[in-house]
Design a protein. Structure first.
Length: 278
């Protein structure tokens, strides 16, 4: 099935909100930052390397805001390794000193590496867990401290994966990190619901992004992946960003502790019997 333009119509649900998106220099993170800006939010674009990519995201966010009548919003780029406690602290200090408030944290930073589980390098394992899971914890702690100090309210949206519930052979650390994200989401949602703080997750499936470069650019491999998806196509970063924007908005005001799977029906399959996704 040919991929067509699936850009959704936009509302202005996020006017006046301030959002921090980690890992926003490319892929889903970039699409989320742009979508939030298009809906009126002021966005902080986090990155750890390739500053030119973060600047590209910044330019696209500015254009997205202006083109939809939101004027010149104070979007900003901020560098930090989310696995480093000191750098995370400095990032939040920078954002909060500039804006004085934060309404939404998007924990998106993450990566994966393929390896047979018995041969997985322990340093690679630790790095994946540090970025994908521990980084989300560190950022959530800072955001929650701000939300609580101001009297409650606010939203955290964690980028998970279908692999928080579907095993992915050859990607042990990644699967563990996303399983942890699932319980991070549920635990924080329950703990902070009484303060009006919502915590949710988005579980993308097979999406056309750099993290999936092992198969997206290979027609044969892409065909195999697509054959496992009930909707018979790979998703776009913009489709995933639309789910984040919904969860950040008041349209999702009665939703917390949930993971929304945007996967073309991929979770209808109970397991992967072989690693066809790489």
């Amino acid at each position: 099935m040919p991929q067509t333009d699936r850009s959704p119509p936009f509302s202005s649900r996020l006017v006046g909100q301030y959002a921090l998106v980690t890992g926003a220099s490319q892929g889903i993170g970039r699409a989320v930052a742009i979508r939030l800006a298009q809906e009126g939010a002021t966005v902080a674009i986090n990155y750890v390397d390739h500053p030119e990519r973060a600047e590209e995201t910044l330019a696209l966010a500015r254009t997205g805001s202006a083109d939809r009548g939101h004027g010149k919003l104070d979007h900003v780029v901020v560098k930090a390794d989310v696995s480093n406690e000191q750098e995370v602290g400095a990032m939040f200090e920078t954002v909060l000193s500039r804006w004085k408030r934060l309404d939404c944290l998007v924990n998106n930073a993450g990566f994966q590496r393929e390896s047979p589980s018995e041969a997985l390098d322990i340093d690679t394992y630790r790095r994946i867990i540090d970025v994908n899971l521990n980084g989300a914890v560190l950022c959530a702690q800072k955001a929650l401290a701000h939300f609580v100090a101001r009297g409650g309210g606010g939203s955290i949206i964690n980028c998970s994966s279908v692999h928080q519930i579907i095993p992915k052979p050859g990607y042990l650390a990644y699967s563990i990190s996303k399983g942890g994200i699932a319980n991070l989401t549920r635990t924080l949602a329950l703990e902070f619901a009484g303060r009006g703080i919502r915590v949710n997750g988005v579980g993308p499936g097979a999406i056309d992004t750099p993290i999936n470069a092992a198969w997206t650019g290979d027609p044969a491999k892409r065909g195999v992946v697509t054959s496992h998806i009930p909707l018979e196509r790979v998703g776009t970063p913009e489709e995933i960003a639309a789910v984040f924007a919904f969860l950040a908005s008041d349209d999702a005001s009665y939703i917390t502790g949930q993971t929304i799977y945007a996967c073309g029906g991929l979770t209808l399959f109970p397991e992967f019997r072989e690693n066809w996704a790489s």
